[in-house]
Design a protein around this ligand. Sequence first.
Ligand SMILES: Cc1cc2nc3c(=O)[nH]c(=O)nc-3n(C[C@H](O)[C@H](O)[C@H](O)COP(=O)(O)O)c2cc1C
Length: 365
Amino acid sequence: MLYRNIAKPVFFKMDPEAAHHLVIGGLEKAAALPGGRSALRLMYGVPETPELAVDLFGLHFHSPVGLAAGLDKNAQAIPGFSSIGFGFMEVGTVTPKGQPGNEQPRLFRLPPDEALINRMGFNNEGAEVMARRLKAETRRTIPVAINIGRNKTTANEAAHEDYRKCIRTLYPYGDFFVVNISSPNTPDLRSLQHGSELSHLLSEVKQEMELQRGSSSVRKSILVKIAPDVSAAELEYMVHTLTEAGMDGIIATNTTVRREGLTHESASETGGLSGKPLRDRSTEIISAIYRQTNGKLPIIGSGGIFSAQDAYDKIRAGASLVEIYTALIYEGPEVNRRIHAGLRNLLRRDGFRHISEAVGADVQI
Ligand SMILES: Cc1cc2nc3c(=O)[nH]c(=O)nc-3n(C[C@H](O)[C@H](O)[C@H](O)COP(=O)(O)O)c2cc1C
């Protein structure tokens, strides 16, 4: 209520990117105040609910709902996001060198469509800055994934070096890692999802993960985040290749370049579309991955989750965890409590004692 009635009307009058910085800065400052994190937890935290706790990748997730990549690009507000009900979060996408991203404006709201279009272009401070910040941050209470990408100026032929540099610099500080090859806003990035480019990249990434594991003796998981704009055959190839390469999981999906069914005038803006219009497509992709892998490859569902039912649909399609971004902008942090309580009720309604029993329940294998 607080967000929808008071903060949202103010934020939605502001330029979207300025509002975004205000949210990150506000959360960072609120969590740094004495008693700030307890106050945030009191307002927005979710109760410990054993039916909804997930153990995966050697990590404990007290809630299955996480924050998707791209909001906390520089890992500035981990204590704040940890206190408002998320079960985990991704930071990044981070690239080896800091870069400014695309020219502004590059983030657009489409309120009647409950959607956003962004062409941020991996604006971030770079891996070294993120590593220093994460090293100094000792108040982490949820698993933090580091989402990595390549610099705009790096050609795809050398992309593996960028991903390896990010892993090398950041390995000690992430609980797990995500290879982002699915942003539509870095020219040509998505072609890394196909053919020999994919198998080569993943084998390089795997080698670097093994190397880092050897020197730190802690095994950390590596996932790949994919786009929804792929054919059935392309998806099958991707899933096959990343399973063969020994990836630990998949995040489905990133934003879409498709534009069907939008009503807002910003629909023609270039970039990735997120929010409601993406919901069903990403759920379809999750089902297809679950079916192809017989439920053996963990999936994190992302795309258009606004309600408990949306999250539940993705879980029943095969997702073990889910993430949100656009709903947080439209609904505020209250969305976590609503999804969490609703998920518990849906599980009970359907006679599941634990969320793991619902994973893939809608998919015939
Ligand atoms: C403004 C904005 C920036 C994003 N930046 C990234 C990013 O840097 N890396 C990434 O993997 N995904 C990024 N995403 C995609 C989200 O992580 C998420 O996968 C997508 O928005 C679908 O979820 P949603 O419908 O809940 O927003 C971004 C999305 C938005 C709206």
